[in-house]
Design a protein around this ligand. Structure first.
Ligand SMILES: [Zn+2]
Ligand SMILES: [Zn+2]
Length: 208
């Protein structure tokens, strides 16, 4: 067979590419898919070490490719290539995961007094507290709606009058499970089907 014999003893037929000589994809335990490359060479090389470090850094979705590049002393483009080879999502998609995570964090820590109170209450009662994300233009979380223990809750403030009655606020849509009304005395929990019309004046503790 006509061909070239390489220094390591590999015989390469004329006109054949490396890909044809090594048709099997090999995946190293660092996660990189190798083709036309011997494992021992790869393991000794920088790509293998870089892949392992990148894999560790990828666990944190807040680190950008640029920052990884700075830490590893390689370019952003090289990080992108290695990450793609390891099968990680592209940079923009990762940033999005990071952004959502930060918005959620900021939201649950520093939103309205109502939500902060509800979070404390749900912790005390061991309820799950899940902010609801609206994702049409940009990312934001609803301030007046929350999932508590799997129930969709509408949050509102009950306007309390000195003469012992309470006014039900106006609510835009009624597709919730519970209404949580905040008043000076605490929270009123009203199931959706028992929800009085908005503007209703009621005396708390007495059914309307
Ligand atoms: Zn490797
Ligand atoms: Zn982040």
């Amino acid at each position: 067979m006509l061909g070239i014999v390489k220094a390591d003893g590999r015989k390469i037929p004329l006109g054949a590419t490396d890909w044809m000589c090594f048709p099997n994809l090999f995946v190293c335990d660092c996660g990189m898919a190798l083709k036309g490359q011997q494992n021992s060479w790869h393991r000794a090389g920088r790509a293998h070490q870089q892949a392992q470090r990148i894999k560790a850094l990828m666990e944190n979705d807040c680190i950008t490719f640029v920052e990884m590049g700075v830490r590893l002393g390689i370019t952003r483009e090289r990080v992108r290539q290695i990450a793609a080879n390891l099968g990680y999502p592209r940079g923009r998609k990762r940033r999005r995961v990071c952004t959502i995570h930060h918005h959620r964090e900021r939201f649950t820590n520093s939103v309205t007094a109502e939500l902060r109170e509800l979070r404390v209450i749900s912790e005390r009662w061991n309820f799950t507290f899940e902010p609801i994300m609206r994702d049409s233009y940009g990312i934001y979380f609803l301030r007046r709606r929350i999932m508590l223990n799997g129930f969709l809750c509408q949050i509102g403030s009950l306007c309390q009058h000195p003469l012992d009655y309470t006014v039900i606020p106006r609510i835009e849509s009624h597709d919730f499970d519970f209404f949580l009304g905040r008043s000076i005395d605490g929270w009123a929990v009203i199931p959706q089907k028992e929800m009085p019309l908005s503007g209703t004046i009621c005396v708390m503790g007495r059914p309307k």
